[in-house]
Design a protein around this ligand. Sequence first.
Ligand code: NAP
Ligand code: ZN
Length: 359
Amino acid sequence: MAKSPETEHPQKAIGWAARDNTGTFSPFHFSRRETGADDVTIKILFCGICHSDLHCARNEWGVTNYPIVPGHEIVGTVTKVGNNVSKFKEGDKVGVGVLVASCQKCESCQQGLENYCPNMILTYNSIDRDGTKTYGGYSDLIVVDQHYVLRFPDNMPLDAGAPLLCAGITVYSPMKYYGMTEPGKHLGVAGLGGLGHVAVKIGKAFGLKVTVISTSPKKESEAISKLGADAFLVSSDPAKVKAAMGTMDYIIDTVSAVHSLAPLLGLLKVNGKLVTVGLPEKPLEVPIFALVGARRLVGGSNIGGMKETQEMLDFCAKHNIAADIELVRMDQINTAIERLAKSDVKYRFVIDVGNSKLQ
Ligand code: NAP
Ligand code: ZN
């Protein structure tokens, strides 16, 4: 008979799980594998709440295998290392992002693009090599192969740095790959949530002019005064949108819901690039005339590889970039998720796992 999540492995763990598509969280006892030769065991201190956690908890992508313990913006302290582990020692501050394993053999893995490995294993809602389910960072501990563990820079705050492990790399990687880093160029950031607000900060660090494209007029003053954006465009204001047509070199689209790409493409110059990283539950239409008529490009991007994720963390540490967060306890996550669904967060919820009573 198959063992239960609580007894299938030797290390006891507790987290908060959603058990059906209401996405309501409650305490969940499960277990983690023994610390293997290449493994690092981590006491989780903080975990960001990404909109992907919400999509998954509510089964909006149709792939959720309940019960699900989300969380892939994990920061904690190393408590145990396996015999082959050279990168980390007990007491080190480390991070874990969206993936915890990949095949290490395919073309993508060979190029350090583990994030495009067809056999990658996600931090939660995946089946691990031993056939058991992966559970994420809304929990007290995790065991991860050292290759998928990041060094957390010394000067990076553990709580506000956590969201960089998904939100940060998801916007940094396409900016590098698609050549969206030329100082002085004009970047539009569509959607000012977790990913969007980090994109503003990283864009400024690259020396870009940054305009936020948002549905929320109330976010304007802080976007400029606190996050450092140069301009703010409310997407429902036709006069301002008209005036901004054809002015942007690049757009990074972080919108989590189905939306039209045509108005965004209209904001781009000739040869402009729009990269979508948001993952709405239904496909978006590609307005072909807006592409063809101005040699514009639409691309996509999925988090980043391990080497680039470390590079991004070090880049953010150097430029004093971290997320603007609202710290919550584990027993507040249901309210936090409700607020996230309404775009009501400044700008990332982070669970203070270390100071939460988990049951
Ligand atoms: P978030 O914090 O909820 O931010 C999304 C923002 O999108 C909102 O703050 C809102 O900004 C805007 N928005 C929401 N509903 C909208 C609507 N109906 N029309 C127009 N704009 C709307 O989410 P997040 O954590 O940044 O994640 C954003 C998306 O990226 C999610 O779909 C997530 O699953 C995906 N994601 C992808 C990757 C990847 O590797 N590609 C990684 C992480 C997350 P305004 O209030 O400013 O309009
Ligand atoms: Zn995420």
